[in-house]
Design a protein around this ligand. Structure first.
Ligand SMILES: [Zn+2]
Length: 563
């Protein structure tokens, strides 16, 4: 935008007093869409392309620009960080969302990336309403206040003098809150306990009529007393994903390890199981279509923004793993969802009147047990136990602390936070303590590397790519004193089944990035890029400023010549 702005001035274009955008830019698409599929790993599109319909993923790749080698450049590949990165164009070291949660030293407790106890659910959640004469502990609710960078939603508001609309939708609060930014028109997410979408008092004291209507409709009930069956019952999924019941698979939400997967009988079980099935995505698609129509997205005087993140791919992947028939089936259904969304956008918004950047917030590690069957070294690291071992090692080295507190104050994700008061009281230098832990960690079977905050702070000059990726996930005041990187195919957590993500290894960093819609050329780009590009592509596509902290400008080669 900045370059275009300068060029237009140089050519003598004058801006109409009543609009912030020039006539030339108004010919650009009027709706920018950030389309996220949570945990849709980068290899799925090529791995399963023979099973897709012609006008879903394949329409995107045959008409748009597919960056097939797109990787997050940082180590903490989790949902909060990914969504903040996609929408700000910056890394966690800049936007501050280093994880889904981190340890807050000032508060002395865990801090959630997209919520605060200052805000409550709107409408109020059933359990948050106190019976007469009693009080209930009000749970925290969604807010973007911990973001330290402008998002696509903020950039749209700034560029259109608040005239353009910003709508953010997801099942997960953080996947709606972080992309939306500070002042979206609507920011909604799903409540598993009530089966309704809601917002928080940070945003508004009421919800849109179209959301009330949707919440009151029976759309979400259509899978009751049914089961999740395979999309293609006669197709043998095994050659493309693996056997249906593999060692290490989870049970879902009481859904079992193999098809068909029943939905729960109670309200809560039903919504949990719906979320943990591809049909959660169908619910969100229906809501998105209602929003597009009701808000006339793409048909208003200024450009609008739709930030939509489908969460069920992630839930299914955590339960059954990336090589499961469940993830294969969910991806095939995602393909159909994309077809339906594109057809709806063509009809409702107009072909070439929207521009999409499709991506994911992270990938996923194979189930350790499946990796072992393939002969790979793999495992699970119980982080609670690991934290206790760190404390024991510190006490063995430095002696029992004289202060009542332990040396280790907290352990969050794969980072350790030392207790500065305890270190001081025992005359131990922080650098000595972290250097000791680093050496100790090198003999731990699950650990590939450990980096101290001192090393991370000097990483800009480093030739160690792993250290550089850790530094891009490190934010002063939020990150720990020492960061552990697990060996490939090892996962952290106490669970004995299922899998997770959050590492700098390629199965976690590789995500799709496809730009599609008005003005985008058909290209296959093999160069390694970062999903950070999504923010600048959408901004360029609809002619608004890129978010202020975006690291990259939109690649010139993907754009058609404008008349
Ligand atoms: Zn995620």
């Amino acid at each position: 935008m900045r370059n275009l702005f300068v060029a237009l001035i140089a050519l003598g274009f004058l801006f109409n007093d009543n609009t912030l955008l020039s006539q030339t830019e108004l010919q650009k698409p009027k709706l920018g869409i950030l389309l996220v599929f949570d945990q849709l790993r980068g290899d799925y599109i090529s791995r399963w392309q023979d099973h897709f319909v012609k006008d879903g993923f394949l329409r995107l790749t045959s008409e748009g620009t597919w960056f097939e080698n797109c990787h997050y450049p940082y180590s903490g590949t989790v949902t909060g960080a990914g969504h903040a990165t996609l929408t700000t164009g910056a890394t966690p070291s800049i936007h501050g969302i280093v994880g889904n949660e981190w340890y807050d030293r000032t508060e002395g407790k865990s801090s959630y990336c997209a919520g605060s106890f200052r805000w409550t659910s709107m409408p109020p959640l059933p359990e948050a309403i106190a019976a007469p004469g009693t009080t209930v502990k009000v749970r925290g609710s969604g807010t973007p206040e911990k973001l330290r960078s402008e998002t696509l939603g903020d950039a749209l508001k700034r560029s259109t003098n608040n005239q353009g609309k910003v709508v953010a939708l997801s099942f997960k609060d953080r996947s709606s809150v972080l992309p939306a930014g500070m002042k979206p028109d609507y920011c909604y997410w799903f409540d598993n306990s009530s089966g309704k979408f809601h917002t928080s008092t940070y945003y508004s004291n009421k919800i849109a009529p179209w959301l009330s209507d949707f919440n009151e409709s029976k759309f979400i009930d259509q899978w009751r007393n049914k089961s999740w069956e395979k999309l293609y019952p006669d197709k043998d999924y095994k050659p493309f994903s693996g056997i249906d019941e593999q060692t290490g698979e989870g049970n879902g939400k009481n859904q079992g390890k193999f098809f068909p997967h029943p939905f729960g009988k109670t309200e809560k079980d039903y919504y949990d199981a719906l979320y943990n099935s591809p049909f959660g995505n169908d619910v969100l698609l229906e809501l998105a279509m209602k929003a597009i129509k009701a808000e006339k997205l793409g048909k208003n005087a200024q450009p609008d923004m739709l930030l939509i993140s489908f969460s069920s791919n992630d839930s299914v992947g955590h339960s059954w793993g990336p090589d499961s028939q469940e993830v294969f089936d969910t991806t095939l259904r995602t393909d159909l969802l994309i077809r339906n969304l594109l057809l709806y956008l063509d009809k409702e918004v107009g072909k070439n009147n929207y521009v999409i950047a499709l991506s994911a917030d992270h990938g996923i590690c194979p189930l350790p047990e499946v990796s072992k069957v393939k002969g790979l070294e793999a495992g699970r690291l119980a982080t609670d136990k690991f934290a206790k071992e760190i404390e024991a090692a510190l006490q063995e080295k430095f002696g029992k602390p004289t202060a009542p507190a332990k040396y280790l104050e907290a352990f969050s994700d794969t980072s350790a936070y030392l207790n500065y008061a305890t270190l001081k009281a025992n005359s131990i230098n922080l650098d000595d303590a972290t250097a000791f832990i680093k050496t100790w960690a090198s003999s731990q079977p699950a650990i590939l590397k450990a980096y101290t905050s001192k090393e991370i702070n000097l990483a800009s000059n480093s030739s160690d790519p792993l250290l550089v990726s850790v530094s891009k996930s490190w934010f002063k005041g939020r990150s720990g004193d020492i960061c552990f990187i697990l060996k490939p195919y090892y996962i952290p957590g106490a669970y004995l089944t299922g899998t997770t993500h959050g590492s700098p290894h390629t199965y976690d960093t590789h995500v799709p990035l496809i730009a599609f819609g008005g003005g985008i050329k058909n290209l296959l780009i093999k160069d390694k890029v970062s999903p950070q590009l999504a923010a600048s592509i959408i901004a360029e596509g609809i002619g608004i400023s890129t978010p202020a902290s975006a690291e990259f400008t939109s690649p010139k080669e993907i754009w058609q010549e404008r008349k």
